[in-house]
Design a protein. Structure first.
Length: 44
């Protein structure tokens, strides 16, 4: 089953309920350019 939710394209298998989402290319490009990892937090 293919549908849109909050302007995000979503796909779900009707047998096993596996879900996959896909955003617009404009959104992906904008969010990936400014993404940086500063460090990893490991609570003790």
């Amino acid at each position: 089953m293919l549908y849109f939710e909050n302007n995000v394209e979503k796909m779900e298998c009707v047998q096993c309920h596996y879900q996959q989402t896909q955003t617009d290319k404009e959104v992906t490009q904008a969010s990936r350019q400014s993404e940086n990892v500063i460090g990893v937090f490991k609570p003790e």
